[in-house]
Design a binder for this molecule. Sequence first.
Ligand SMILES: *[C@@H]1O[C@H](CO)[C@@H](O)[C@H](O)[C@H]1NC(C)=O
Ligand SMILES: *[C@@H]1O[C@H](CO)[C@@H](O)[C@H](O)[C@H]1NC(C)=O
Ligand SMILES: *[C@@H]1O[C@H](CO)[C@@H](O)[C@H](O)[C@H]1NC(C)=O
Ligand SMILES: *[C@@H]1O[C@H](CO)[C@@H](O)[C@H](O)[C@H]1NC(C)=O
Ligand SMILES: *[C@@H]1O[C@H](CO)[C@@H](O)[C@H](O)[C@H]1NC(C)=O
Ligand SMILES: CC(=O)N[C@H]1CO[C@H](CO)[C@@H](O)[C@@H]1O
Length: 549
Amino acid sequence: MCYGRGIRKGEYKSEKTSLVQLLSLAADAMLSALLFALPLWGALSGTVDARQMKMTPSQLRERQAQAAQRFTRSTVLANTAQTSSAPAQGVKNITFSNPLASQYYVDGASIPEVDFDVGPSWAGLIPISSAANETRELFFWFFPPGPEGSLDDLIFWTVRNGGPGCSSLEGFLEENGPFQWGVGTAKPIVNVNSWTNLSSMIWVEQPVGTGFSQGTPDIRDEDDLAAQVVGFLTQFLEIFSELKGKKLWISGESYAGMYVPYIANYIYENPGSLDLNLQGIWIADPVIGWDVVQEQIPAVDFVHKYEGVFSFNQSFMAELDAVAEKCNYAGYYEKFATYPPAGVLPLPGKSTEADRGCDVWDMIFDAALDKNPAFNIYRIFDTFPVLWDVLGFPGSFVDIQLSPLYFDRSDVKAAIHAPQNVDWVECSNINVFPHGDSSAPSSFTVLPNVIEKSVRTVVNHGLADFILIAEGARIVIQNMTWNGLQGFQTPIANDSLILPGIGSLGTAHTERGLTFVEVELSGHMIPQYSPIAAFETMSFLMGFRDSLN
Ligand SMILES: *[C@@H]1O[C@H](CO)[C@@H](O)[C@H](O)[C@H]1NC(C)=O
Ligand SMILES: *[C@@H]1O[C@H](CO)[C@@H](O)[C@H](O)[C@H]1NC(C)=O
Ligand SMILES: *[C@@H]1O[C@H](CO)[C@@H](O)[C@H](O)[C@H]1NC(C)=O
Ligand SMILES: *[C@@H]1O[C@H](CO)[C@@H](O)[C@H](O)[C@H]1NC(C)=O
Ligand SMILES: *[C@@H]1O[C@H](CO)[C@@H](O)[C@H](O)[C@H]1NC(C)=O
Ligand SMILES: CC(=O)N[C@H]1CO[C@H](CO)[C@@H](O)[C@@H]1O
C-alpha cells in the first residue's frame, strides 16, 4: 500500500509550516514525486517527522474496521415464513422422533478446537439403499437453521474445487458452514455468513470414494451418481423423517456443475423417488460446457483484463495474442456471444478441448508460475507467503505444514461419528468414477430441463477464477436453449449485482428462470472468497430476496 497516494491536499494543513509552503508551491504533477521522496528527505534533514505523512497504525486500523463493518449481509427474517411469530432465540432445534437419530447427535459444545457451542447437529454414515447387504455409505453433517433461518427448507451442499472426489466438508469448514476455520487463520470462528442462517443444511460427502464415505466406487455416469444420492437421502429421511416434504435446494461448486443439475434432473424425472420438494439449484464456477470454452477461448482475454496481476513480459504477451489469433480464440466472444445469439456457437477448432498448439491455458499457467510460484489458479491475486490450511489444500497448493488434517484427527472423527479407520483427505486418491464420467456437460443435456422445472436457478461465477473463466460460462449460456429460446436475449449490464453495504460488485442477469451472477474479486470458491455475495445469491434463489439488482 502506498500511503502517499492516500493523502489529499487539504490534509497538509497540519504539517509544519515549511512543509506546507513547500507543498503549496508544488504543481499537481510534482506532488506524488515529492511525497515519495519526503520520508527520505525528512530523515536526512531531521526537521520533518516522516511518519506524520502517513496514517498512524491506529488510524489505519480504524479505517479498515469501518470498512469491515459496512460488510454486512442483508437479514432474511423479513421475508421468511416465520415473520409473524416472534423471532426465535438461538439455533432452532428439531426434535427427531426416530430413536436412531440420537446415534447421530453431535454435541456442539465439544467439537475439537471450537471454543464456542455450535448448537445441535447430526452427523455420520448412512447407506445408499435399504438392502441388507449394502456396503456403500455416504457421510453427512446436518444442521438445523439458525435463529433467522426457515424451518420449511433444506439446502443440500456437495463438492468443492478439484473435481470429482473432493469433500464437501471443505465447504462446511471454509465456506458456508456455521463455524469456519479459514485458510491462514489461527482457530475456528463463528461464520456470520453461514447458510444455516437461511435454513437447515446438509453437507454430504459423495460420491462413494469421497472423504469418509464407505464402499467401492461403481458409478459410470451422473445418472448413477444421482440415483445413489437419492438413495442416500431416502435412507436419511427414514431416520430424520421430520424433514420429509421440506423445500429442497441443491447447491455446489466446480465439478458440482456436473453433479447438481444431474441430481436435480433425476429428482424431477423420477417423481415420487424422494420425499422432498425440489425447488431449484445454485451452482458456482461450474463445469457446464466444453473445456475449450470454459478454459481456452477466454484465457487470453482474461490475462488482458488482469495484465497488472500477471505481469507478463511484452514478448510473451505478443506470443499469447498470436496463438489466440491462430486458434480462433481472439474476438470469439464479441463475434459469437451476442445478445441474442445468431445461432449455434461453433467450436474454435476441431476439438472440445484445445487443438494441438492451442493450449493457451497451460502456457499462461506455466508463465504465471515463472513470475509468481505461489500463483493460485482458484484466485489469481495470491502471492507469497502461501497460507497454511487446516485441511491441507490452500489455493492450488498442497500444504505440508500440518498433520493430521482437521478431519483426520481421531478426536474430530469421534465427535462427528466418522469412521476412525479412514485416512481423510480433502480430495480422494481413488477414482470415484472407475471408468470415467461418461455424462456430457449439463448445458447440453439436463440443465435446460432443470431450469424449466425449477422456481429459480442461479449460476454464479467468481471473476478472479482462472481454473474456470467467467467469460467461458457466458459463452456456454449463449449456446444453451431453455424455455424456448437460445441464450440471453439482452446484454448483461455492468455493475448490476448490488450487495448490501457494498454496492455493485459484478453482474446479475435473469431471463426465463435462469440467473447468472459474476462476482468481482472472488475466486473459484465464492462462499469462501466472497461470502456475502454467496449468501445473497443463495437468499435470492430461495426467494428471501426479490432481486439481486
Ligand atoms: C436438540 O434436540 C435433541 C433431540 O432431538 C436433544 O437431544 C438436544 O439436547 C437438543 N439440543 C439443544 C441445544 O436444544
Ligand atoms: C446385494 O445382494 C443382491 C442379491 O441379493 C445383489 O444383486 C447385489 O449386487 C448385492 N449388493 C451388494 C452391494 O453387494
Ligand atoms: C454449442 O452447442 C452445440 C450443441 O447444441 C454443440 O455441438 C457445440 O459444440 C456448442 N458450441 C460450443 C462453443 O460449445
Ligand atoms: C518472457 O516470458 C516468458 C514466459 O514466462 C519467458 O519464457 C521469457 O524468458 C521471458 N522473457 C524475458 C526477457 O524475461
Ligand atoms: C461493460 O463494461 C465493459 C468494459 O468497460 C464494456 O466493454 C462493455 O461494453 C460493457 N457492457 C455493457 C453491456 O455495457
Ligand atoms: C442472524 C443469524 O441467524 N445469525 C446466525 C448466523 O449463523 C451463525 C453461525 O451459526 C450464528 O452464530 C448466528 O447467530
